[in-house]
Design a protein around this ligand. Structure first.
Ligand SMILES: Nc1ncnc2c1ncn2[C@@H]1O[C@H](COP(=O)(O)OP(=O)(O)OP(=O)(O)O)[C@@H](O)[C@H]1O
Ligand SMILES: [Mg+2]
Length: 328
């Protein structure tokens, strides 16, 4: 990215005052970077997450100022950009990490718009001598971009003193320090477990520049997320289905294994499955041919057949009836 630097005008008259210092047009730099598109898309596409969106804008501003300083020759050193995303399952951590990679790329802080997502199993080997090559291979793949380590706390297992996770941690810490101009690491996981992990691994804590907390979604946000998902998949609720889904959410959030937007996606997948079976059952019963309206509609019955309406616990398991698909 080229910076928009304004040189002071050349003076023809003898000077009385010191010439104005070169300066930089931050707004032009902002426009030129194209990050406004990424930030606007983030605002539009993702429901809720107000504190996360604000933090991303703040970080983007800081990075842009960093670019401006660099352009004017102000020494800053390679910034530390490693981050921690903490929040419950399905709160959008992976989705936001991809957008963050986009921001970092557009501002020239990473070479490739590229995110490698891993968990402990990708980093830690089962046998002696396996861990270092595995971790180095992941680092090699991620270099120049973002390394996203999901449920990072599983790397550290104090109960097993010969756990190979420690070896991986040491290699990661070294890379986070020595290659921070070419790699951004994002650690993700549940807030409480991340805190414990940082408590036992202060090396990680001190290398993290930005902590972002992902709140649980409110019921109205979950409903909006469902509607966005349906739009993208070209499905829709009628008024009864929408009410049924509100009821569904009110029950589902209180059940074990509730995973915010991920649970919404799963619930919609199951409703689509039931819709397909309902349409076949109708066809077998001599019903009308399926038109676009029928093929895109999810009804209250498709929602209310969920086990969430009958079981006291147990999450989203389906209690669907035998398939209506004709057998030959
Ligand atoms: N704010 C949001 N608006 C719209 N869709 C969302 C939002 N947050 C998450 N989603 C959708 O919900 C699903 C789960 O999100 P994502 O995988 O980013 O969550 P996560 O926090 O990484 O979950 P996990 O902890 O289980 O890995 C994705 O399909 C994503 O597109
Ligand atoms: Mg995730």
């Amino acid at each position: 990215m080229t910076a928009v630097i304004t040189e002071p005008p050349t003076q023809t008259q003898p000077q009385r005052h010191a010439p104005p210092a070169p300066h930089i047009d931050l707004l032009a730099l902002f426009r030129e970077s194209g990050i406004s598109d990424v930030l606007d898309e983030l605002d539009c596409d993702l429901v809720g997450l107000a504190p996360v969106k604000t933090r991303i804008r703040e970080i983007a501003a800081q990075l842009l100022v960093g670019r401006a300083r660099e352009a004017l020759g102000i020494e800053s050193g390679a910034p530390t950009l490693h981050m921690c995303f903490s929040g419950n399952p399905g709160t959008g951590k992976t989705t936001v990490a991809l957008r963050m990679a986009d921001v970092l790329f557009r501002l020239g802080y990473i070479r490739r718009n590229h995110l490698v997502s891993v968990t402990r199993d990708d980093l830690v080997g089962q046998y002696i001598g396996h861990t270092a090559p595995k971790t180095r291979d992941v680092l090699k793949r991620a270099m120049g971009g973002v390394l996203f380590i999901d449920e990072a706390y599983y790397l550290y297992r104090p109960e097993n003193e010969r756990d190979y996770g420690q070896e991986s941690i040491e290699i990661l810490l070294q890379a986070m320090e020595n290659q921070r101009d070419d790699l951004v690491v994002i650690l993700a996981g549940y807030a409480a477990r991340m805190d414990t992990f940082f408590g036992s691994n202060p090396g990680f804590r001190s290398r993290i520049a930005h902590h972002l907390s992902f709140p649980d979604y409110a019921p109205d946000e979950l409903l909006l997320i469902a509607q966005r998902m349906l739009e993208t998949m070209h499905y829709r609720f009628d008024a009864d289905a929408r009410r049924a889904f509100e009821d569904y959410l009110a029950r589902r959030v209180r059940q074990p294994n509730f995973a915010n937007a991920r649970s919404v996606r799963n619930a919609l997948d199951r409703a689509r499955l039931r819709q397909a079976n309902r349409l076949f059952a109708d066809a077998l019963g001599g019903g009308a041919c399926a038109d676009p309206a029928a093929l895109t509609l999810l009804t209250a019955a498709d929602i209310r057949a969920s086990s969430v309406f009958s079981d006291s616990a147990g999450g989203e398991a389906s209690r669907d009836t035998a398939p209506a698909f004709p057998t030959s």
